[in-house]
Write a protein that binds this ligand. Structure first.
Ligand code: MF3
Ligand code: CO
Length: 252
């Protein structure tokens, strides 16, 4: 069942998004600098969540020990923060954080180049992930169907010659980090449940420069591209309104 959020729940989710987005944006822009470990970035995020009165939804989830996932280069998602992963200029990094405020969650991920250094190809690639997210979100209009989001994302990614990861997906979100429905990033349009005002989804395209096959590391979390090619992931929490999509995790 897809939960329709009432006004009260939506107000709390909006506040959760307003509190979370500056933390993730500053982590990307200012904290994740060359020479810094991903564990240090995670520790900074944990401190900021605490200051904001937010509860991490990742820490303790299936034994996960960190508040963020920090995925570097060929890591698609669920990069485990580590003292041994030191960021260097040109790394393509995604910081993904899900946290709750007043019981309601916001989930978001941002992708960036460490030190602002990138190649043209890597920039085209990461821009495509962002555009796929934006185009997917545009489909979140009452009366459209769930797979319209999925199909729009796949089309945008493949049109630019990149691969859509199949093993992970977006999701409904509310009091729980993962609610129904699963929002996959590929498929035919016009299928699945009709979209209604008050539905809230975390939309999160994950793409690869090469093949879309996945290899999970020995830690049981870190998801690499099987062929070692570059990966990108971005995510926003979005509510469907009568007027169309409203993104809860972007600074206005
Ligand atoms: N934020 C991720 C998502 O979008 C989940 C990461 S939480 C973890 O689903 F515990 F799985 F790392
Ligand atoms: Co998510």
């Amino acid at each position: 069942m897809i939960v329709i959020k009432n006004k009260n729940a939506l107000a709390k989710m909006r506040q959760a998004g307003e509190k979370l987005s500056p933390i993730v944006e500053i982590a990307c822009r200012e904290i994740a600098q060359p020479g810094v470990s991903t564990a240090a970035v995670d520790a900074w995020i944990e401190k900021e969540l605490r200051k904001a009165g937010m509860t991490s939804k990742a820490k303790g989830y299936k034994g996960y020990k960190h508040v963020s996932c920090i995925s570097v280069n060929d890591v698609i998602v669920h990069g485990v923060p580590s003292e041994n992963v030191i960021l260097k200029p040109g790394d393509l990094v995604t910081i993904d954080v899900c946290a709750a405020w007043n019981e309601y969650c916001a989930d978001m991920a941002r992708c960036f180049f460490v030190g602002g250094v990138y190649t043209d190809q890597a920039k085209r690639f990461s821009d495509t992930a962002q555009r796929a997210l934006d185009i997917g979100i545009k489909q979140m209009v009452p009366g459209k169907r769930l797979s319209d989001i999925s199909a729009a994302i796949q089309q945008e990614v493949e049109q630019h010659g990149f691969g859509v990861i199949r093993d992970f997906a977006g999701h409904g979100i509310g009091k729980r980090m993962h609610e129904e429905p699963e929002v996959v990033n590929y498929g035919k349009p016009g299928e699945g449940p009709v979209l209604l005002p008050g539905m809230v989804f975390a939309i999160e395209p994950m793409i690869s420069l090469g093949d879309y096959k996945v290899r999970i590391a020995k830690d049981g979390w870190t998801a690499h591209t099987a062929d070692g090619s570059l990966a990108a992931h971005v995510e926003d929490t979005v509510v469907i309104t009568e007027q169309g999509p409203q993104i809860l995790t972007r600074l206005s």
